[in-house]
Design a protein around this ligand. Structure first.
Ligand SMILES: Cc1cc2ncn([C@H]3O[C@H](COP(=O)(O)O)[C@@H](O)[C@H]3O)c2cc1C
Ligand SMILES: O=C(O)c1cccnc1
Length: 362
């Protein structure tokens, strides 16, 4: 991919995006009929039913199979950490990223318990580690001084995400959760969200992995400066990701696009993952059909993004960890719904009469 010119990358990207089509409403209707025929009160599994119907509509198949699950963790570094916007240094990115391989991170432990295979990807960490390398570069540049990356790098990172989904689909995975690890990525995420939503950085920005009041002030100031210096075009999500984003954000954006192309549901995690979801929907609105929202992160920008995307998350647990933890936490819940949908006997007219009789006797 590195040898491709910018024009070739743009062409590949536009060809992929123009091939995305909306979900199949007929299959969705059939999935709804199937839910409605199950012996339980109508829509009593709430959002879980909606998500199963959404997956049926995406795949064009009323049979919903979630048997193989993956978490892809995009690991990258952000030059903006030079501005003192984080509590820890970027060496922590490499340490945690390698710990995914030894099942020594929160997300990895949750994955093991939930039967989810975890795939950390080095999409642009500053250091070289044992994590499989799909590097765009060794970290982004400091966005307060110029663009975080070139447009070419943004496209490369997005295409890496898309190709990851293709690979996982070919390996038999049925659903993919999104995750990330990258010190400083709540700064880039807040910057991208601020531009895409047209909101002031102070309204979006939170403390990420932990910051003092002064640290938070510095973070907001750095985001304001990055936007002023780079003037990202709000209506060109690739430009926004390139100028004030990160390789992890671009890679996750690619995962959503890949989900829409290869018809495999992609689970949205917390704030960072939701910002990438917003970028993906701005690239192509039908990508939303491939997104399964999981939880509401405590970061202040999360609610705004979900509102903008008209998404209603099932889990409200005040989580704000990242790595994909919220998305992975939702997978067993979704599994339970798929099991009921796939296995439970349906109401026949006789059953309904039997239930009525039972009710009368009691
Ligand atoms: C030890 C450690 C493990 C983490 N796991 C996820 N994050 C989370 O925190 C980072 C974003 O917060 P900020 O923008 O403030 O750096 C991301 O790496 C995110 O995944 C972690 C952060 C730390 C310190
Ligand atoms: O919501 C998130 O994704 C998040 C919030 C804080 C730190 N890391 C991740």
């Amino acid at each position: 991919m590195a040898e491709q010119s910018l024009e070739q990358l743009e062409q590949e990207f536009h060809q992929i995006v123009s091939g995305i089509h909306p979900a199949d409403v007929v299959t969705k209707g059939n999935a709804q009929k199937k839910w409605n025929s199950i012996a339980k009160p109508l829509h009593s599994l709430g959002k879980l039913e909606d998500h199963i119907m959404q997956i049926a509509a995406l795949t064009g198949d009323t049979d919903v199979n979630l048997n193989r699950k993956a978490l892809i963790v995009m690991c990258a570094d952000n030059g903006v950490v030079e501005e003192g916007v984080t509590q820890t240094g970027q060496e922590v990115t490499a340490i945690v990223a390698e710990n995914f391989l030894t099942c020594n991170t929160s997300a990895a432990i949750m994955c093991k318990k939930a039967g989810v295979d975890i795939f950390p990807i080095d999409i642009g960490m500053a250091a070289d580690t044992k994590v499989p390398r799909y590097k765009t570069a060794n970290g982004t540049a400091n966005m307060t001084k110029g663009p975080a990356m070139t447009r070419m790098q943004a496209l490369q990172a997005i295409l890496t995400g898309i190709h990851q989904v293709k690979e996982k689909k070919e390996a038999g995975y049925k659903i993919i959760a999104t995750g990330e690890m990258g010190i400083g990525n709540t700064t880039t995420s807040s910057a991208v969200a601020s531009v895409l939503l047209g909101d002031e950085p102070a309204e979006i920005t939170g403390r990420g992995a932990g910051l003092t009041n002064e640290g938070l002030e510095r973070k907001i100031h750095a985001i304001e400066k990055a936007i002023a210096v780079n003037r990202p075009k709000w209506d060109d999500p690739v430009d926004v990701l390139a100028k004030v984003g990160g390789f992890d954000l671009a890679g996750i954006t690619g995962l959503y696009l890949g989900g829409a192309v290869y018809r495999i549901p992609i689970v949205v995690d917390g704030f960072i993952s939701a910002v990438a979801a917003l970028a993906a929907v701005r690239i192509c609105e039908w990508v939303k059909d491939a997104m399964i929202v999981s939880h509401v992160s405590k970061e202040p920008g999360m609610q705004k993004i979900l509102k903008e995307l008209h998404m209603d998350a099932p889990l409200h647990a005040d989580m704000c960890l990242g790595e994909g933890t919220g998305a992975v936490a939702y997978l067993p819940v979704l599994d339970l719904a798929a099991e009921v949908y796939g296995r439970m006997s349906t109401f026949s007219e006789n059953d309904i009469e039997d239930y009525k009789e039972l009710g009368e006797k009691e």
